[in-house]
Design a protein around this ligand. Structure first.
Ligand SMILES: CC(=O)N[C@H]1[C@@H](OP(=O)(O)OP(=O)(O)OC[C@H]2O[C@@H](n3ccc(=O)[nH]c3=O)[C@H](O)[C@@H]2O)O[C@H](CO)[C@@H](O)[C@@H]1O
Length: 366
């Protein structure tokens, strides 16, 4: 009989990307795949178009750690999501459920656990997000990307299994020459790629634009600004190219870059690591406080892969200086990255999935 799995995860590309990699392997191995996501999140756009994967939208509410009136309505949306997920899982009857986190994942994880479906969760960041901290209580296993736990998160429940990063291998197929062609650049100056996370980053965009006249003296710059965040008044600068969001051209743009400036989302930084790109990381900060991205960035800095510039210190001057420091030290970053091992995560996750299904069958005498 065909093995059946339900996947979830969404809210931002970071909570979907690894699922796309996993889905292609699961399809190769003949699994029947069902995806539960939100009605309007990016996961719907990224997953609903896939052949042989059924997508089910449910109601979802945002989880906040502060008071807001929206918490009240979101609580009802969350409860409705749990009921919808419970009924869907009851009907689909998967052998296992796999979650990548994000707001939509919580009702699906709870719905699976209420149906007695084994749950495996995957944590992209060094320090688990709120959705995964809740989901972990209902899960049998939490796969981790980083090979250590954050100082706030020891493996007290014994559920953590280190698998490593799940990264899109096809990103390696990019071509520098094609990237240069797309952007209309040349080989005269080094090329800097700026990517502010899957939704762009207003603060980085602003500083880049302030620094642009000086920056362009030393570099050609391709700037992925985020949907609706391009500023066409900068269109006349030679050697500067803006994009809202990169899709099929992303591998070529990545291959073309000599160095990158990036947020410290887990998928993005592991993609730079895979491609051995010296990186200047500017971790996302909420009101100047440290976030999960700060911990990711500091881990990469300690490993010798990256330079870090904190948002609290971000000005035109510090930005220009940090770009130059990253460019001048590129050899030491590349040497450190060459020593990193990145393969095997998908195989390890698949083994855990098979083991969960097997254990469940044994437990039910199936
Ligand atoms: C603000 C916030 O909460 N961000 C979180 C979110 O980040 P975010 O959604 O930005 O996720 P990541 O940086 O991890 O991944 C972004 C993904 O989008 C892709 N991409 C990006 C831009 C583009 O134009 N085209 C494109 O394909 C990247 O190649 C990458 O695969 O999820 C990550 C994974 O849990 C977390 O580490 C981040 O902290």
């Amino acid at each position: 009989m065909q093995r059946r799995i339900v996947l979830t995860g969404g809210g931002s590309a970071g909570h979907v990307t690894a699922n796309l990699v996993l889905i292609s392997r699961l399809l190769e191995e003949g699994w029947d795949i069902h995806y539960i996501g939100s009605k309007y999140g990016i996961e719907r756009e990224l997953v609903a178009c896939l052949k042989n994967v059924r997508y089910y939208p449910i109601s979802t509410g945002k989880l906040r750690r502060y008071w807001a009136w929206a918490n009240v309505t979101d609580l009802f949306k969350l409860l409705l999501g749990i009921v919808q997920a419970f009924l869907l899982l009851f009907r689909i009857k998967p052998g296992v459920m796999f979650s990548l986190g994000g707001f939509v994942a919580v009702p699906v994880v709870v719905g699976a656990a209420l149906n007695g479906v084994p749950v495996i969760i995957f944590e992209p960041d060094l320090h688990p997000g709120l959705a995964n901290r809740i989901s972990r209580k209902f899960a049998q296993v939490m796969c981790t990307t980083f090979n250590k736990s954050s100082a706030f998160d020891r493996n007290v429940d014994g559920k953590m299994v280190h698998v490593g990063p799940i990264v899109r291998e096809e990103l390696k197929l990019g071509s520098r020459a094609r990237g240069i062609g797309i952007c209309g650049f040349n080989e005269e100056k080094p090329i800097l790629l700026i990517m502010g996370g899957s939704q762009g980053a207003e603060r980085i965009n602003r500083i880049v634009r302030e620094a642009l006249p000086k920056l362009l003296k030393g570099y050609q710059v391709v700037h992925i600004c985020g949907i609706g965040k391009m500023d066409l008044s900068f269109g006349h600068y030679a050697g500067y190219r803006q994009l809202e969001y990169a899709r099929e051209e992303l591998p070529d743009l990545m291959a073309m870059a000599d160095i990158v400036v990036s947020r410290a989302g887990s998928n993005a930084i592991h993609e730079w690591l895979l491609l051995r790109k010296p990186m200047l990381l500017i971790p996302h900060a909420i009101g100047g406080t440290r976030t999960g991205q700060t911990l990711n960035a500091e881990y990469f800095k300690d490993a010798g892969y990256a330079e870090v510039l904190y948002e609290a210190d971000l000005t035109k001057e510090t930005f220009l200086k940090a770009v130059d420091v990253t460019y001048s030290n590129q050899k030491s970053f590349v040497d450190a990255m060459k020593a990193s091992k990145m393969d095997g995560a998908v195989d390890k996750v698949l083994t855990l999935i098979e083991m969960a299904v097997h254990k469940q069958k044994e437990g039910t005498g199936g």
